[in-house]
Design a protein around this ligand. Structure first.
Ligand code: HAM
Length: 416
């Protein structure tokens, strides 16, 4: 990410942090690498993320570590290590940082990518699922997205999933050679993954695959209905997608994804769901949770395709230009003073002529140039030039500051 791209990232970051504050999520920062076993246990030994995509290596101390492929497992590990399970629930956490998955890079899929995520621990109440989904919807609508599809499913729980897995295994057996080798192998280890296979022949063979809907236990069914009812009440439209299983194995009940119809294969801008067994799986008590993560680079791609990228910030701040070398001390005082009172301010350190300094100010997108020294500037006088209107005035420093402060919203609002 280079400076010319930074303002786009800032726009996503501001939107995310603002929502975290208003939804009352608190920040957590976890290490970029963890014990590899943590991901094996939580994300799932048979998931593609662990089996094929995890950066895994042995460190000098002989420990097997992995670059985090996602943020939930590290969050749960930290949660338990610091006794959060014994605190009043629910606990609401958010995080932002790089994740790593070794896959074939393509548009919208990198080996290092940034996720923003939230996790809500301690309750199974459908309202908490809706809280996470609503947050995600608000995040996307705040960025200007209007046509994202929200896909929703329930992937059941420990008590109803075995019967579904059995049904899937029967289906896989019946389809035999019509399915790819990987899917036939998955029949034993992780039959749910078959729903997610991208191989064309498999997709064709899946048309009459059994859905989980018929296998949900009464509790999961009631939970899923309640989530849907709340979403309707919140006027959030969604599409029930019985094939949605997601790529990580820790999900129970609610699973969801926000899909952009403007991207190709990598069209999921964000997703998440409930993980009621994960805390226990990581060595803690039985404590439910629900969360989601969005992918920054992919969102920016979609924003570009939909014409939603923000414009480059308008020129702002003050460039202090020197008409002659003698005024350098005075110019420096002015520069540091302007910064102290909150302006973005800059000057030339390369003994450029006035014309070159004006060009530098333009390149740096400064709104004003304050020309110090020279004949026009008597005493503490200086010339203030508005680079947008071209207007130019002789002023004392005090009046110049007052003038700049009048134009302040444009100057100060900018992120440094
Ligand atoms: P995930 O669906 O694997 O979920 O990833 C979330 C988002 O990260 C995706 O929707 C996508 O935007 C982005 N993403 C994933 N892989 C890549 C990649 N290789 N390149 C670019 N972007 C990518 C999770 O990671 C879960 N931890 C979400 C969650 C939190 N569930 C519960 N809590």
């Amino acid at each position: 990410m280079l400076p010319t791209e930074a303002y786009k990232w800032h726009c996503l970051e501001e939107q995310f942090f603002k929502l975290c504050r208003s939804y009352n999520f608190q920040e957590i920062r976890t290490p970029i690498f963890e014990d590899a076993e943590l991901f094996v246990r939580s994300v799932g030994e048979d998931s593609d993320v662990v089996k094929k995509e995890m950066y895994r290596f042995v460190d000098k101390g002989g420990r097997e570590v992995a670059l985090r492929p996602e943020g939930t497992a590290g969050g749960v590990r930290a949660f338990l290590e610091h006794g959060y399970q014994n605190m009043p629930q629910p606990i609401k956490l958010y995080y932002y940082g790089p994740m790593f998955r070794y896959d074939r890079p393509q548009s919208g899929r990198q080996r290092q990518f940034y996720q923003m995520g939230i996790e809500l621990f301690g309750t199974q109440d459908p309202l908490s699922d809706v809280e996470v989904i609503k947050f995600t919807a608000n995040f996307f609508s705040g960025l200007g997205f209007e046509n994202l599809e929200l896909r929703l499913n329930s992937v059941g729980c420990q008590s109803c999933r075995p019967s579904y897995q059995e049904a899937l295994q029967g289906f896989i057996r019946d389809k035999g050679e019509l399915l790819c080798r990987e899917c036939r192998k998955r029949s034993h280890s992780n039959p749910l993954r078959v729903l997610d296979c991208k191989v064309e022949t498999c997709r064709e063979a899946l048309t009459d695959i059994p859905y989980i809907d018929q296998h949900l236990c009464p509790d999961c069914r009631a939970h899923y209905s309640a989530v849907q009812e709340h979403l309707v009440q919140q006027e959030l439209s969604f599409q029930h997608d019985p094939l949605l299983v997601r790529g990580l194995d820790y999900y129970t009940r609610t699973a969801f994804e926000f899909i952009s119809t403007h991207l190709g294969a990598q069209n999921s801008l964000g997703g998440g769901g409930r993980y009621d067994d994960l805390v226990e799986l990581c060595g803690g008590p039985s404590l439910p949770g629900v969360g989601m993560a969005v992918g920054v680079e992919r969102i920016l791609l979609a924003m570009e395709k939909e014409g939603l990228l923000p414009e480059e910030p308008a020129p702002s701040g003050v460039f202090v230009a020197l008409r002659n070398k003698e005024a350098v001390g005075w110019a420096q005082r002015v520069l540091y003073d302007l910064r102290k009172i909150g302006f973005r301010a800059e000057m030339d350190y390369m003994e450029r002529g006035l014309k070159a300094q004006m060009k530098q100010a333009n390149r740096g997108r400064f709104r004003f140039v304050l020309i110090v020294g020279g004949e026009e500037a008597l005493g503490d006088g200086m010339v203030l030039r508005d680079m947008v209107s071209g207007e130019q005035k002789e002023l004392s420093y005090e009046d110049a500051v007052q003038h700049l402060t009048g134009a302040q919203p444009m100057v100060r609002r900018e992120r440094q």
